[in-house]
Design a protein around this ligand. Sequence first.
Ligand code: SF4
Length: 453
Amino acid sequence: MSLFDLALIKKYDRFGPRYTSYPTANNFKALTQDEYQAQVVISNMRKNPISLYCHIPFCDTVCFYCGCNKIVTKDKTKAEPYLERLFKEIEQQGALFNHSRKVEQMHFGGGTPTFLSNAQIIRLSEKLQSIFNFTDDGEYSIEVDPRGVDEDTIKALAQARFNRISLGVQDFNVDVQKAVNRVQSFEQTKAVMDLSRAYGLESISIDLIYGLPKQSVQTFETTLDQVAELRPNRISLFNYANLPELFKPQRRIDVLMLPSADEKLAIFKYSMDFLLSQGYVYIGMDHFSLPEDPLAIAQSKRQLYRNFQGYSTHAQCDIIGLGLSAIGQVGDGFSQNEKNIEKYYQRIDGGELPIIKGQIINQDDKIRRLVIMDLICHFELSFTKIEQTFDIVFEDYFADSLFGLSEMAEDGLLEITNRSIKVMDKGQLLIRNICMVFDAYLALSKTQFSKTI
Ligand code: SF4
């Protein structure tokens, strides 16, 4: 399978959304509590399972490539007042949802969730379990910074019911690590993985980034050899977007040390070829998994879904976002919490939900969301399926989009045949570009997105 076509990648080189939702979060507007609660009523009527997302915003050091919403502090006493508010928010949200609804997913993200002490992580998980109705076989995951994690932490994660961990690695080369202020040895990472497997946290995902300072094909080859030795179940290979005007920590990256655009593409090509040669399946965008992983199985059964945490096997879940800046997806609406910690505390202390913005999606959003979801998850789109779901004539409704795809079809990125769109191998890496043709908000957007490759 040849996914990589350099000429096409250069031709379609542009910025675009990652489509963890449609409409994308940059389109969110003010959302009131009443509007949110109306969506909860719809959600309770539909009785879909629940996914809980808890955001822990603290990190004790800053990675220079960071574009996340976090608070950098070494002061661990900040965790307790935060948890106090988070517990209140969990109670407020829990009171809105019908208790018979099952929780199939829980994810702690950040920031660095392991900034919390072991006891705090267990308390937070137990708090959620005391309010919500967890299934026995759910997918419970947490982002782990291997630096400073020991056997007691892994034991605590198992006790807190986690069965999946996601490890930030980015690159094992020490010069690259120094240049991004995240020095973390291969041995540290391996020890955390071995312990996790020993304590039953069997599904392990590793995040890598290409395009970091001091990286070259040669240095990244070594990193990938080490990753292959660890054999994580899932690998995310993110493209570093250097946007120092948007993300302050990136101003500390020496641009002269960044690989050239050609070198960066060469790293990406090598990585793709290498991971496929190691038996990993390309899921889409920047994700790979072992063939026996639920992501690959869901994709082969056309049950894959995409949400704010990336690709997911839990298509029907409503997501309750908890904590600073957390995003939720409930009923026909998206919601996002306060991003400023003082304001977040004020809202909770005042007995309010800390939701400040979001979007109630309309019929056009729903139609386009299904189109984009099918393309990005399955690389295929059936016009008949969309027509049967929404009572439209696909060719009429999307006449402009189909015209917009004609050049991509001529370039061999996709085929439009038999009332369907099939994304070809060399179009798979450019799936964001293909989805963008169906995005009704893009022309109006002032957001600076990352490069599509
Ligand atoms: S990349 Fe992750 S760990 Fe590093 S500063 Fe950002 S949020 Fe914290």
